[in-house]
Ligand binder design. Sequence first.
Ligand SMILES: CC(C)(COP(=O)(O)OP(=O)(O)OC[C@H]1O[C@@H](n2cnc3c(N)ncnc32)[C@H](O)[C@@H]1OP(=O)(O)O)[C@@H](O)C(=O)NCCC(=O)NCCS
Length: 157
Amino acid sequence: MSEIFYRRAQKGDAESIASVLQDIFDAGKRKAPVTAEFVLGHYIAHPDSVRCTVAVEHIGQILGFQSLRYAAEDNPYDVAVGWGIIGTHIRPTAARRGIGRGLFAQTLNAARDFGLTSIDATIGADNEDGLAYYDAMGFRTYRRLDAGVSKAYTLLV
Ligand SMILES: CC(C)(COP(=O)(O)OP(=O)(O)OC[C@H]1O[C@@H](n2cnc3c(N)ncnc32)[C@H](O)[C@@H]1OP(=O)(O)O)[C@@H](O)C(=O)NCCC(=O)NCCS
């Protein structure tokens, strides 16, 4: 198994991150593909971004990423203001190698540094992989939506 390292996402990663999402779409695990412009605006350079971390293989390919945003007043997810909002995406060919776990360790450090006390993960109710992953990371269900489940992670202060 090749070595993985973690670093902050940079603007130049937008194409590679979009290809992660494309692979997930091609595997039937995502409803819509996205462009590099979307990735830049939604994850890497979003004004409420706390941290966007990429997992990189030694040869330089991005295998996955995790986004942590601050829930501002007008956040479109109806998450309580002041919480964090997390999203995680791993290439299907790199799943179950501990990359999601590795990314969350990085994100937790960023959340603590920022002073967050709770993080929301909202997942499709039929997304068994996502639900199991966030359960394993210590998130617990606090709300059910029409097609989704919201889980919360509480940071110790
Ligand atoms: C869900 C997802 C993020 C998991 O990432 P990953 O890198 O495969 O996760 P890890 O290998 O770090 O797994 C950590 C733990 O989560 C749990 N887990 C992860 N995927 C799982 C699955 N498919 N089934 C059951 N448990 C799972 C396990 O407890 C696992 O620990 P273990 O391998 O020691 O048993 C990844 O499959 C993914 O990106 N899916 C598509 C996008 C998505 O649905 N994102 C989540 C909603 S935003």
